[in-house]
Design a binder for this molecule. Structure first.
Ligand code: AMX
Length: 437
């Protein structure tokens, strides 16, 4: 067993009695009630999922394992010569809740080197798709094609399945997926936008740095990749990608099936595709500006044009958050401290939208949250570094989101969570209950 797996085992064993006690002794304690609005309205805010990986406070934003984003960045060991932690150190932290030592991080990095090789047949499958397939289709198909590698599926069908050990096999698949998905994503990038000119893995580099290397990016982009993957990793478990992954895995579908499903949810414009939409929206607007500076007046007009056309302003609003998303803030701060980026025309426009949109959305009066979410800022950074193919942005999100989804389902199996099966009712029933008051 690796150090990380041993530590995880220790943590899971310590946690199991808490779940057993809660279920056996306090199973009937009521923690929420459901109204008709929530039933019709996407189960919003109903407390019915459990995760210890992250928690989303509507005012404060995300905490990973109890730490805010700045606290997480501060606490974790950094990549050599960088202000940002490696994805590997973050993975250790998400899984165990403990800040790893440099030695523990090095062990995860070494482990990932042995896991990161994507089987050749996966590339053949992805290459056989039409070149104009969306890169999210390619990513999802690539993960799905890899399913035959699943150690969990082999364990299940091998006749020795037992609930206590099942997590170990999910951990193996989860780690393989986390280590391989950036390599698969880089392959897709090169296939789709660089005439299939592939760049080999550099085994000396950590996960984020290697991704930057494999898509032919600059030294500076290594930090962008590390920051981006960590920021997009997890947002508690009710969002579409995390929830879908959890739901599908709850049927004991292996992590490949589960994460391909999660990615398909991430591909929706109200979820992960929003970052692509933000850039599209901004580019349209920039074209209309025709070289003029963005001002409060012209940005206000563009926002109203979008709203009056019955469209949403991409990158604004959130199902849970009621303040500026700290993931937005972390990326904005990256822009402000990066020479060149802080004076970039696109960044200035995004900053102007940030000044203007909350007021416009408040006046519009529909959204419960007029503040920006993670997607309002991320495309600008990618664009600045030359990653201008914005339909690829959701793939980057999907690489990051694998960390949270895979940590979550490893713990789901460790704690033996049940198959998910909420109850549905009919409209007749709702009307009857409505009439009864
Ligand atoms: N622009 C215009 N209208 C908006 C809006 C926005 N940015 N955000 C919400 N609204 C509207 C909704 O469409 C809804 O209108 P309706 O009553 O006519 O259906 C009304 O405001 C109430 O919605 P809400 O309760 O505030 O939001 P929600 O929980 O239903 O939806 C979200 C949340 C994110 C889907 C929504 O804010 C949205 O569509 N935002 C734009 C897309 C986006 O940025 N998505 C990314 C989210 C983060 C992520 O997952 N990556």
């Amino acid at each position: 067993m690796t150090q990380l797996k041993e530590k995880l085992f220790e943590k899971i064993q310590a946690h199991r009695p808490r779940i057993t006690k809660l279920t056996k002794e306090f199973g009937s304690v009521v923690i929420d009630k459901v109204d008709i609005g929530q039933c019709i309205g996407g189960a919003r805010d109903i407390r019915s999922l459990v995760t210890d990986i992250s928690y989303l406070d509507p005012q404060e934003g995300i905490r990973f394992r109890g730490k805010t984003i700045p606290e997480t960045f501060e606490a974790l060991p950094k990549a050599a010569g960088s202000e940002y932690p490696t994805v590997e150190s973050f993975w250790y932290f998400l899984l165990t809740g403990e800040v790893p030592t440099l030695e523990q991080v090095a062990a995860v990095e070494a482990e990932f080197k042995t896991r990161q090789v994507v089987p050749e047949y996966v590339y053949t499958v992805v290459r056989s798709l039409p070149k104009d397939s969306h890169p999210m289709v390619m990513l999802s198909v690539g993960i799905m094609a890899m399913q035959k590698e699943s150690k969990f599926a082999a364990f299940y069908s091998g006749g020795k399945f037992n609930k206590m050990d099942a997590w170990e096999y999910v951990y193996e698949d989860a780690s393989d997926i986390v280590a391989r998905i950036p390599v698969l994503a880089a392959f897709i990038y090169n296939l789709k936008y660089r005439g299939d000119k592939q760049i080999a893995i550099d085994p000396k580099l950590d996960l984020g740095a290697n991704f930057a290397h494999m898509i032919g990016q600059s030294e500076q982009y290594k930090d962008v990749a590390r920051m981006y993957f960590i920021l997009h990793s997890d947002h508690e478990s009710g969002n579409v990608s995390a929830h879908t992954t959890h739901l599908v895995h709850s049927a004991l579908s292996d992590p490949y099936y589960a994460y391909a499903a999660g990615l398909n949810g991430l591909a929706g414009p109200l979820h992960g595709l929003a970052n692509q939409e933000v850039l599209g929206w901004i580019m349209e607007f920039q074209k209309k500006l025709n070289g003029a500076e963005p001002t409060k007046e012209n940005v206000t007009k563009a926002l109203w044009d979008t709203l009056n056309a019955g469209q949403v302003v991409p990158g604004y609003g959130h199902a849970v958050l009621r303040k500026t998303d700290p993931r937005y803030t972390a990326q904005r701060e990256f822009c402000l401290k990066t020479p060149g980026l802080k004076d970039d025309a696109l960044f200035k426009l995004v900053a102007m939208i940030f000044e203007t949109a909350p007021g416009v959305l408040t006046e519009h009066g529909k959204t419960k949250n007029p503040w920006p979410n993670v997607d309002a800022q991320s495309g600008v950074i990618q664009w600045y570094y030359g990653l201008k193919e914005w339909d690829f942005y959701t793939v980057l999100f999907g690489v990051g989101r694998a960390l949270g989804c895979m940590a979550n389902i490893t713990w789901d199996r460790g704690l033996g969570y049940a198959i998910e099966r909420p109850k549905s009712v009919t409209t007749d029933m709702l009307e009857k209950w409505a009439a009864e008051g």
